[in-house]
Design a protein around this ligand. Structure first.
Ligand code: ACO
Length: 325
């Protein structure tokens, strides 16, 4: 059986850097509070020419270049996002048009911060069925457009950006090994974002919040650590592996305290975990592919390495995934 393997990676970050000192001018907060509670020091904020699909397209072009594959050879484009700039057409269709992937079919995937992990699993299923298929999987977000900039509980956490992987089968045994994915829709109220007001008068909610991210931080924290720990332990056990077999763990970059707690519970050495939340904050579905691209370009991933990915996000959605590089 031939699994989905990564042929190339890319990422694209907005130019504007928003620091904790900048946030001190916007809401009642401090650099000390944000750094100690979240580990975040800066995040990128999209501006002109940096809408979700454009960041996604720039990340895709870099991944294609590394993979030495032209846009015309791509069969499928999937964009994991909760912040497309339009509901219709999909962000993936805009990317197709932007990069000229004329042969591809394209759609978006919404699984919040777990979107890229769900997308990897999806790509693997397509490639198991058709090993020569070439898939462009992108995680891209413009969360700054959906954050309440007056709410200090949330506005300090999020950032914008995009990351991409070109996937197909390889002859050398590299590829996705297995995944362990979950959702629990009963807990949706702990982390959510409304769509624009309904135009059907019968469906208009009496009290509607603006369409920004709402979160019960403490509950999210508690669920995130436990859920990712269970998803990872279950997956490793299924394959008779332990954390000492993992060359690098690339987790969703939510905040440093969630990650530290998770890493402690797993008993993993800190140096085997890739962290960039300090520079980019939480970029939801984009966080894992941005981290993959950085780690790859920094030479932190080597051929044959066993990689572990994990995520947790709105839905709730969460999971883990094992891949041989
Ligand atoms: N600056 C200063 N004070 C603040 C800020 C801020 N930016 N935000 C909240 N506070 C205040 C609160 O109002 C509260 O004040 P009070 O005691 O007078 O009411 C106090 O700080 C403590 O607030 P808590 O909510 O108890 O702070 P906590 O230690 O839980 O940290 C945080 C908050 C950082 C949000 C934490 O709960 C967390 O990390 N949760 C996980 C959320 C997350 O990562 N969500 C991302 C989406 S999901 C995902 O990606 C996994």
């Amino acid at each position: 059986m031939k699994h989905a393997a990564v042929l190339g990676t890319g990422s694209s970050m907005p130019k504007r850097v928003l620091t904790n000192a900048d946030l001190e001018q916007m809401v009642e907060t401090s650099d000390e509070w944000i750094t100690s509670r979240t580990g975040i020091q800066t995040r990128r904020i999209a501006g002109e020419g940096e809408q979700t699909h454009l960041l996604a397209a720039r990340a895709a072009e870099k991944a294609l270049l590394m993979a030495k594959i032209s846009a015309e050879e791509i069969d499928l484009i999937v964009v994991a996002t909760i912040t497309p700039h339009k509901i219709m057409p999909s962000c993936a269709c805009f990317v197709q048009s932007e990069i000229g992937a004329t042969k591809a079919f394209a759609f978006d995937l919404n699984a919040a911060c777990s979107g890229f992990l769900y997308g990897l699993d999806l790509a693997d299923k397509y490639i198991l069925n058709r090993p020569d298929m070439k898939i462009l999987l992108i995680g891209a977000e413009n969360l700054s457009a959906r954050v309440n900039w007056k709410d200090r509980n949330t506005c300090i956490l999020f950032g914008d950006g995009a990351g991409a992987c070109v996937l197909s089968s390889k002859k050398d045994g590299a590829g996705i090994i297995d995944s362990n994915l979950f959702s629990d829709g009963t807990l949706w109220q702990l982390l959510h974002m409304d769509s624009p007001q309904s135009l059907n008068p019968d469906l208009v909610e009496e009290i509607i919040d603006d369409s920004y991210i709402l979160m019960s931080g403490k509950d999210v924290f508690k669920h995130a650590v436990r859920a990712m720990e269970d998803a990872i332990k279950g997956l490793l056990k299924r394959h008779g592996l332990s954390t000492s077999d993992i060359a690098l763990m690339i987790p969703h970059q939510a905040n440093i305290r969630i990650l530290n707690k998770l890493v402690n519970r797993l008993g993993m050495p800190q140096e085997n975990v890739y962290i960039n939340v300090d520079r980019y904050g939480n970029t939801s579905a984009a966080s894992i592919p941005i981290a993959i691209d950085e780690a790859n370009r920094q030479g932190k991933i080597n051929k044959g390495d066993l990689l572990l990915f994990c995520s947790f996000g709105g839905g709730f959605t969460w999971g883990s995934l094992l891949m041989q590089w």
